[in-house]
Structures are given as structure tokens and as C-alpha cells.
Design a protein around this ligand. Structure first.
Ligand code: AMP
Ligand code: TRP
Length: 336
């Protein structure tokens, strides 16, 4: 039996932080052997809010290098750039025309981001989830490993697939494959260091709110030293009453590879003065091998380009096949 397919992606905007790593990329690394895995750098999504053309290409390289540095293995996985496979844009158009406007207006992420953009909300920002649906559906993905914040976009993707299948397919020969979200139990929602009730995010204006994968030991140490805590004695996992404590313990659990029971036993009698240096050391140690590998890869542009060239070739084969299937189902005049 052939392996199930996985597809996921990250935008080349800003620095990757612990939320991106623990919520998404680390899980990709863990599951990649069991699936036929495709991971893209979603650079078309990156221009849905105003972007800097001077840094887009370099940021795209950076994310691809971080995928490799975090442990994405080309023996199991394909890494490619979304804009290199034109089928993504083309399928988006076709899906646009069957997606009701009010499905998009309901998206939480759109509403949140639109507020931040003020007068300057692009049609692309509203259309963002349809492009994401195209990403997923083009590869007939069975599973989509993402953080909790993407759940609604996955539901929309499924709704779009159902609609295409109902309108243009038959029960026996559906046009599109139905994907399932894959959301990790822990790390799916890493919270801000300065506010345990809001998620760690690239767009938070405060650098102190997040630890980036490429932060220096000094900077990691400073951020953890100043991060928000509470006045309760002893450290416990408690999402509702102690969001900061819960978040920091979860970070420690994930970065040290310990179980919840181990961390509970180790930290229940600790104070912050004892825990913070421990978390700092653990974070620095966990990120060091990723950082070393990242700088090595970024220094070898030729290698990185060869990875993305080969990735594009593999991705295009799968994507173009799906695109043809959809165009046929919609009744387009085929090429002749
Ligand atoms: P983005 O940075 O928006 O391109 O997100 C890339 C991936 O990281 C997606 O799968 C998100 O769900 C995940 N992600 C982003 N922020 C967090 C967070 N604070 N906690 C967990 N996962 C996150
Ligand atoms: N919207 C996702 C995010 O911000 C990124 C993304 C784009 C994605 N296309 C995708 C994730 C396809 C999974 C599958 O996190």
C-alpha cells in the first residue's frame, strides 16, 4: 500500500519562532517517515499583507534552509516554493469561483488581520484561505499538520472540496481528496512570553514576546529573564488559572523531551528563580544544532537551489495532474 500524503507550509515573513517550530515544523519532522511529505514555503501568501520586495527572495531561502536545519529529510520529504508551481495560482482562481463570499468573511484570521491593516485590506487577504485550500487540494493531501490557529482554514478547505465534488464529481469519482487536519496535543498553541493569553506571533510588535529559532543565547536569556510570570508558589500546569506558568512549563516539556509527569514532578516545588535558568539552558541547547545547521546550509546557495529545483519538479508533477482533473471536471476545453 502506498503511503498517505502530507502537505504543509509556512510563510516567508519575519523570523520563525518557537510557535512555528513546536506547533508545526517539529511535528513534520516527527511524522515525515510515515508519509509522502510535501512542505512548501508559501510565498504567495506572504504578499496578502504589504511586503518588502527587497527581502522576499532571501526570506524564502531562509525558510527553506530552516526546514532542512530542523530536520526535514529529503529522503522522505519534498521541499518547494509555492510560487514556483503555477498550478497554485490557477487552482485558486477556479476555487474562487465556487467559494461563497460569506464563507471567507467569516474567517477569524481574516477579521483579526483586517483590523490591523485598517483601510488597506487587499482582496488577497480575504482570499488567503482559498489559496491555502488550493495548496492542500492540489497534492491530494490526506493529512495537514498545522497549529491550532489553522483549524478553521482546514474546515474551509474541506467545505470547498465537498462543494466541488457535489457540483462536478460523482460519488464514485470525486474530483478532490478530502484532507484531515493534524494538530498536535502539545505545542499546538504556544503563547506569548509577555501575555500568556495571546499566541506567540510573528506580527506582535514586541520582540520580547517571542523566541525566534535564530535568537542568540544572550537574547534568549534576556527574553526568558523578563518574561511574564505570576506570584503563585510552586509551578503547575494550569491553562485556565495560570496561563503563563502553563505555557513556560509546556515549552520546557517540549524542548527537553520530557513527559508531563516528569516535568510536574521536577518543577512542582520550584520558584521562578530556579526555573528560568533551567528553561534558558534547555532552550539554548535545543536550538543550537538547528542554528549551526542553518548557517551551514545558508552558506551553500548552490545546494539550497538544487533542493528547491528538485522539489519544484516533484511538486509540479502531482499538482499539474490535479489541476487537469479539476479543469476537466469543470468542462474546460482541453489543450490540443
Ligand atoms: P505562519 O507563521 O502563520 O506561516 O504559521 C506557520 C505554522 O506555524 C502554522 O502551522 C501555524 O499554525 C503554526 N503556528 C504559528 N504560530 C503558532 C503558535 N503560537 N503556536 C503554535 N503554532 C503556531
Ligand atoms: N496559512 C498557514 C499559516 O499561516 C500557512 C499555509 C499556507 C499552509 N498554505 C498552507 C499550511 C497549506 C498548511 C497547508 O500558518
Amino acid at each position: 500500500m502506498s503511503k498517505q500524503r502530507v502537505l504543509s507550509g509556512v510563510q516567508p515573513t519575519g523570523n520563525l519562532h518557537l510557535g512555528n517550530y513546536l506547533g508545526a515544523i517539529r511535528n513534520w519532522v516527527e511524522i515525515q517517515q510515515d508519509y509522502d511529505s510535501f512542505f512548501c514555503v508559501v510565498d504567495l501568501h506572504a504578499i496578502t499583507v504589504p511586503h518588502n520586495p527587497k527581502t522576499l527572495a532571501e526570506d524564502t531561502y531562509k525558510i527553506a534552509a530552516l526546514y532542512l536545519a530542523c530536520g526535514i529529510d529529503l529522503q522522505y520529504s519534498t521541499i518547494f516554493v509555492q510560487s514556483h508551481v503555477t498550478a497554485h495560482s490557477e487552482l485558486t482562481w477556479l476555487l474562487n469561483c465556487i467559494t461563497p463570499l460569506n464563507w471567507l468573511e467569516r474567517m477569524i484570521q481574516f477579521k483579526e488581520k483586517a483590523v490591523k491593516q485598517g483601510e488597506n485590506v487587499s482582496v488577497g487577504l480575504l482570499d488567503y484561505p482559498v489559496l491555502m485550500a488550493a495548496d492542500i487540494l492540489l497534492y491530494n493531501a490526506d493529512k495537514v499538520p498545522v497549529g491550532e490557529d489553522q483549524k478553521q482554514h482546514l474546515e474551509l478547505t474541506r467545505d470547498i472540496a465537498v462543494r466541488v465534488n457535489d457540483k462536478f464529481g460523482t460519488k464514485k469519482t470525486p474530483v478532490l481528496k478530502m484532507p484531515d487536519p493534524m494538530i498536535a496535543k502539545e505545542g499546538a498553541r504556544v503563547m506569548s512570553l509577555t501575555d500568556g493569553t495571546s499566541k506567540m506571533s510573528k506580527s506582535d510588535p514586541s520582540e520580547m514576546s517571542r523566541i525566534n529559532l535564530l535568537d542568540t543565547p544572550d537574547s534568549i536569556s534576556k527574553k526568558i529573564k523578563r518574561c511574564k510570570t505570576d506570584l503563585v508558589k510552586g509551578l503547575t500546569f494550569d491553562d485556565s488559572e495560570r496561563p503563563e506558568c502553563n505555557n513556560l512549563l509546556t515549552l520546557y516539556l517540549l524542548l527537553s523531551n520530557k513527559t508531563k509527569e516528569e516535568v510536574t514532578a521536577e518543577c512542582q516545588d520550584m520558584g521562578w528563580g530556579q526555573f528560568k535558568p533551567l528553561l534558558t539552558e534547555t532552550t539554548i541547547t535545543a536550538l543550537k544544532p538547528i542554528q549551526d545547521k542553518y548557517y551551514e546550509i545558508m552558506d551553500d546557495r548552490g545546494y539550497l537551489q538544487s533542493v528547491l529545483r528538485e522539489g519544484r519538479r516533484k511538486a509540479e508533477t502531482v499538482a499539474n495532474e490535479t489541476l487537469s482533473r479539476v479543469k476537466n471536471a469543470l468542462g474546460y476545453l482541453p489543450l490540443f
